[in-house]
Design a binder for this molecule. Structure first.
Ligand code: NDP
Ligand code: MG
Length: 393
């Protein structure tokens, strides 16, 4: 494999750190050209000293100043702002961009990578939820290669025929089985969900992840976002995507074919597996993960999701049926509601309630262009904030 040059957006986050772990195992195969972060400046500086990128980027000027001071005397140039994030995503010398910023802030740099025809290693699912149509169009138009990092979508990608072109029927695919762990509240008495604390919600049984996605896993909003993600990545109708709860998180998703065959990808729940898969694709490299010991795991179990326990999952399916701006509104309102929940401003059940209210009010917003969707995102954020402030008063 000729060495690959990487930009890692969100290098200081969970996915970013796991990516650098895999990269460090293969210095002959991967070279870091740019790293980006946001609040964890010390950590970003440390990563820069170790991986010696040409650029380090943060969004805000004051942080840029602090980073510059920490990196004085090194060969890394500090850049600041959204345009700089887009710039390092499109550099001619970069061939792969790991898009691992959390939330809607990740959209523009991911889009810049797609428009520059890069190999886009997409962790930021919010990009597809917000603007799936336009992002997929950019990928096609500019000949970018899209490799999913989200473990489920990576599993589906691996279980589809090589060279899958977006036509499930032609490849004999009947449906996609998207597995979900069910999170920390799978068996908790439904009447006690009103008392859930942020600490309980972020304590995921199988995965160590950022706070926002951990709360999304507890509410199964994460699976809802992943249904939308799968819809765009694989051109699957909502009816062709079925969620199956699998508490052990060993089977990361499956593809069912017309002849009754079901292909799955299994591994220990460690994001370095899908990250290494996408970094090296179509080759394979060692990822540092423990080998799967099925005899030790003993049992793999499956159950159907309970929509009454997980209303966010149902709302996500509904937004796909409604189409237009609805998924973007769901995503934006969810980001605001999750942040408010983590700040103890609203109760856990307030997340689903606020999403439902926002979708009821705003689903008809226009969605003809990327600008429309960004505007819908901004409106949903504003209105969700107002709703939450009212609830507090
Ligand atoms: P983290 O919160 O751990 O990391 C987020 C990264 O984005 C950090 O580097 C952070 O910088 C940076 N960041 C945050 N806000 C901004 C902003 N406004 N502008 C620029 N950069 C910003 O998240 P994860 O790594 O867990 O998740 C990243 C993405 O990957 C998410 O979209 C998530 O849904 C997806 N994903 C994650 C999985 C996981 O296992 N963690 C699994 C599947 C998908 P800093 O920390 O320096 O502030
Ligand atoms: Mg996932």
């Amino acid at each position: 494999m000729t060495p690959r040059n990487l930009t890692i957006l969100g290098a200081t986050g969970t996915i970013g750190v796991n990516t650098l772990d895999v990269v460090a195992r293969h210095p002959d195969k991967f070279q870091v050209i740019a790293l980006t972060g946001q609040n964890q400046i010390e950590k970003l500086a440390e990563q820069c000293r170790r991986f010696r990128p040409r650029y380090a980027v943060v969004l805000e000027a004051d942080r840029g100043g602090a980073l510059q001071a920490l990196l004085a005397g090194t060969q890394t140039e500090v850049l600041v702002g959204m345009a700089a994030l887009e710039f390092v995503s499109a550099l001619p010398e970069v061939d792969s961009v790991m898009a691992a910023i959390v939330g809607a802030a990740g959209l523009r740099p991911a889009l810049a990578a797609a428009r520059a025809g890069k190999r886009v290693l997409l962790a930021n699912k919010e990009t597809l939820v917000m603007a799936g149509r336009f992002f997929m169009e950019a990928v096609r138009l500019h000949g970018a290669t899209l490799l999913p990092i989200d473990s489920e979508h990576n599993a589906i990608f691996q279980s589809l025929p090589a060279g899958y072109d977006g036509d499930l029927a032609r490849h004999g695919v009947r449906r996609i089985l998207l597995t979900a762990s069910g999170g920390p509240f799978r068996t908790r008495a439904v009447e006690t969900l009103k008392d859930v604390t942020p600490e309980q919600a972020v304590a995921h049984p199988n995965w160590v992840m950022g706070k926002k996605i951990s709360v999304d896993s507890a509410s199964m909003m994460n699976k809802g976002l992943e249904v939308i993600e799968a819809h765009w990545l694989f051109n699957a109708r909502p009816q062709q995507i079925e969620v199956v709860i699998h508490p052990q998180s060993i089977v990361h998703s499956m593809v069912e074919y017309l002849d009754g065959s079901v292909l799955a990808q299994l591994s220990n729940p460690d994001m370095r597996t899908p990250i290494a898969h996408s970094l090296a694709y179509p080759e394979r490299v060692e990822a540092g993960v423990n080998w799967l010991d099925l005899a030790k795991i003993g049992q793999l179990t499956f159950e159907a999701p309970d929509f009454a326990r997980f209303p966010c999952l149902k709302l996500a399916y509904q937004t796909l049926e409604v189409g237009g701006a609805a998924p973007a509104i769901l995503n934006a309102a969810n980001e605001v509601a999750v942040a408010a929940f983590l700040d103890r401003r609203i109760p856990y059940l307030g997340i689903a309630a606020s999403l439902e209210a926002m979708l009821g009010r705003l689903s008809g917003l226009p969605a003809e262009s990327l600008e429309d969707l960004m505007a819908a995102d901004a409106t949903a954020r504003r209105e969700a904030e107002v709703l939450i402030a009212h609830a507090e008063a």
